[in-house]
Design a protein around this ligand. Sequence first.
Ligand code: ATP
Ligand code: MG
Length: 421
Amino acid sequence: MLTKRPRGTNDFLPEDTAKWQYVEKLLREICQQFGYAELRTPIFEETALFLRGVGDTTDIVQKEMYTFEDAGGRSITLRPENTASAVRAYVENKLFAGQQPVRLFYMGPMFRYERPQAGRFRQFHQFGVECFGADSPAADAEVIALAWEFYHRLGLQGLELNLNSVGCPKCRPAYRQALQDFLRPHLADLCPTCQERFEKNPLRILDCKNPQCQQFLQGAPTTLDSLCSECREHFSKVQAYLQAAEIPYRLNTRLVRGLDYYTNTAFEILLADIGAQSAVCGGGRYNGLVEELGGKPAPGVGFALGMERVFSALNAQGIELPKQPGLAVFVAVLDENARTQAFQLACQLRRAGLAVGYDTMERSLKAQFKYADSQGAAYTLLVGGDELARGSVILRDMQSSEQQEYPLDKVVASLQTKLAK
Ligand code: ATP
Ligand code: MG
């Protein structure tokens, strides 16, 4: 019986992973420029971390988590996102005691039990950043600028940054009340999910995808109407910084994150081209989360972006990423007796830093040439025959078919010089 990969997962083959590596390298370069250092947390955590850190009224916690009991009877969950783990790591490793802010990035697989469809998988990959310890609106603008820079450098077009502020524990209760008062007359007509949200999490009704719920929201009060003076000032500075960075944005008062520990800025980057799953990046400020997870209160702001959706967008826009270089040289074997020496030469060339192919199929010379070509080899070294008997090998330029004889002890240096040109 052939076992297939689980639904909603992918195999990334070498032609795919070459692209992933390119994009990951770009992300690392940008993070280095912005002063963000890599954090790696476990792929699984105690379930309780996500119940608190993601919030038990969210879709993620209610229906999307991969949770199981391990052999020691602990409840374990495969991480559905990385912010909760980053906060845990910040607190557990006492990063709050060092120089602030702490600027971190992560990338890796996340797990959510969702209905698989285009751009939506059960194992998918996120890149994200978190900036802890800074409450300044400049930190919000910095993380947005980092995400923006990434999409921009890939050459993606048609990005739309949506921006909102959800206030703080001081001004939100009044907004919550205003929204509930506005929606109460229609409560019975809202979708079942929104009826549940009405008491627990009314802000989330704002981003319900149900058209009927959307209809009842016409003319609803917005969070921006209720911001306290600090939140208003914070939000207007975020916008001033974005303008200074020449990053265009659109105010979207329906953009919310419903939980109490989210504060101030909420943002999302959308890309029309990739169909229904148009959100490529989501983030915001979470000044209440560190405390929620047991740390001393500390502000935080960050985002997560979906890697698979980056590749969908690149495909949709016909953007080709630069190809990785092929082999520098293929070591071809002319006769049986030459195999060991050819292998030795291949090893010497690799030690000298070159990308080297060698025939492990014991094929004819013609087949070896064909293979060398398929691997993009710029040169082939022919090892064997009379040349080897007199201590030399033939170097063939695969483009011009020109051949030249080199003494074995000179060939490594000669090749290095040729390739450096
Ligand atoms: P969506 O509304 O698409 O479900 P979300 O609000 O659940 O998104 P976040 O938790 O904010 O998404 O995750 C950030 C980013 O991760 C999303 O913008 C998206 O690009 C990506 N993402 C989220 N879930 C998936 C998934 N199941 N498969 C692929 N990418 C995903
Ligand atoms: Mg989701």
